[in-house]
Design a protein around this ligand. Sequence first.
Ligand SMILES: Nc1nc2c(ncn2[C@@H]2O[C@H](COP(=O)(O)OP(=O)(O)O)[C@@H](O)[C@H]2O)c(=O)[nH]1
Ligand SMILES: [Mg+2]
Length: 321
Amino acid sequence: MASSLSVLLPAVLRGEPRAIARAITAIENRNPAEPGEADELLRQVFPHSGRALLAGLTGAPGAGKSTLADSLAGLLRQRAKTVGIVAVDPSSPFTGGAILGDRIRMQRHHGDSGVFIRSMATRGALGGLAPAAADVATLLDAAGKQVVLIETVGVGQDEVDIVRLADVTVVILAPGMGDDVQTMKAGIMEIADVFAINKADRPGADRVEQELRAMLALTHREDGWSPPIVKTVASEGRGVEELWIAVEAFVSHLRDQDLLARKRALHLRRRLVDLLGERLLARVLAGLPEARLDEYVGAIAARRMDPYSAVEDMISGWEKR
Ligand SMILES: Nc1nc2c(ncn2[C@@H]2O[C@H](COP(=O)(O)OP(=O)(O)O)[C@@H](O)[C@H]2O)c(=O)[nH]1
Ligand SMILES: [Mg+2]
């Protein structure tokens, strides 16, 4: 392990695509109960991270997130910026859409080691997708990607958590998708620093914009920022430059107000607490045989025990080990 890591780490830091891909696979397969190679790797890459701009792209399935991420990558490459894309897509099975989509998208940037694209699907019971996505973003950052785009379906809490690790969040809407502004999740609306109304080539884009403006007029943000609305046609690259200008304007706003460092510290704090929770849970569960867990469940179901006492029991059992 140590020797393979000593080869892998410098290759990751040099931004070699195959090394990055291998490292991500190790992150995806890591077991929180048994810290191993991936954890050692993450420990060693971490000091090299913190330089990239992390931008979240979220919105309903089919809104055009992947297409937009692709167009943005193209624009950024023209400006000689290196780009990483992490697409978190719990809606597509791991062997299905996400991976196939990656292959198609990678072809466009084929032979350009300045772009790295990777999809992740839902992970198993332990760990969760948000921490894994955060680790992958850190890895791409350390691998020298100047901009890391994190694409995620804006539906559940897990997805909101993922976007919460970004410096700037773009919420993507599109006309005629049943994702009317009124029905958008409040949580998603709150995290939008910039709105993209994609598929502006389709009828209804103006109506979406009007609804959005009406809603934004009622909201107030503590950081004094008014989220701009940019219309895009991602499939043709239209509006993509304007979108990036809006993203950069928000980041400048954060910098000017001394808010960027504070926002990042807040994100690190959340990751730290999440990691603590993940590791503690893994350890407590590792010392608890399935049969013992079943006994608790049986006792609770029969109302001989309550879940609160059971948890206290499990924790004190672990502490005594
Ligand atoms: N008409 C039109 N179609 C688009 C536009 N952007 C993306 N699409 C198409 O919408 C579909 C879904 O796009 P995709 O990027 O996969 O959406 P995602 O699920 O949000 O990642 C694809 O067939 C795209 O080609 C656009 O601006 N206009
Ligand atoms: Mg997508």
